[in-house]
Design a protein around this ligand. Sequence first.
Ligand code: BT5
Length: 274
Amino acid sequence: MKKIDFCCTALSLLDLNRVSQRLKIKRLGGKFHYFAELGSTNVHAWALAEQGAAEGEVIIAEMQTQGRGRLGRRWESPPAVNLYFSVILRPRLTTADAPQITLMAGVALAETIDAFIEQRPVIKWPNDILVDGRKLAGVLSEAACNSEHIDHVILGIGLNLNYRAVSMPPEIRERATSVADLTGNNVDRESVLVRLIHNLDRCYGELEDYGFEALQPRWDAYFGLRGRRVRIENQEQVLVGRAQGIDRTGALMIEDDRGELQNVYAGDVIPLES
Ligand code: BT5
């Protein structure tokens, strides 16, 4: 990636003191680790969590040189236009329920984005937020756990705010979008961050206190593929069928072409013609 000299450019950087003052909660966002540049906020957060960092600490960077998606994919992370951050969580959940963290973040993201754009955001299971079929945000959750208990989860979020299509690399230009591209105006990144952390704090609290059932109706309302024919690809299989929604563990339920219900726990969903 091209190196950017921050001193010589008129980039508007985040002021985390201002963000902290606006946060009325203390559980998530009680402490920020701010970087002008980082390889990956998830990698750094993982190292801090291993050293005993507390739940709710947020690692945030203006740009990432090795922003990560799932399965070693890349997350484009140019400087000072978007949000790239990771939250350290130490949830009171069993290992089996760990995938619900990603789903919880999807609800918090969708509810946040809804406040800044006219169009309705759509959740694409398990971790994408799409608007008009283009990707606006992605979630990467990584958990350290044994067979029963979770030690920590690193919840990483990338959200495109003032990233214009003209600046995007050709590989994603047709498939990605940003709040600025959707509204025609730049958005105040700190306002989005404050609202997003509030919403994450609230949704995370609901998940821990009442279980995923408390969030599922809202997740369902943002889910864009119910009844659509989809192809699911993961390391074990390729499955074609009709998406029915998610079960209480967060698995995607697919009715296959023999009419049997299959639960899918990981993979990429590709919508097909209905
Ligand atoms: C994701 O992976 O969507 C998870 C992205 C998580 C990024 C955050 S940023 C903060 C934290 N630190 C990290 O290192 N990561 C997290 P996946 O479903 O595998 O999607 C990756 C695919 O999305 C890529 O292969 C591209 O096709 C596309 N993509 C890459 N950058 C994008 C961007 N900025 N906007 C939209 N799409 C993008």
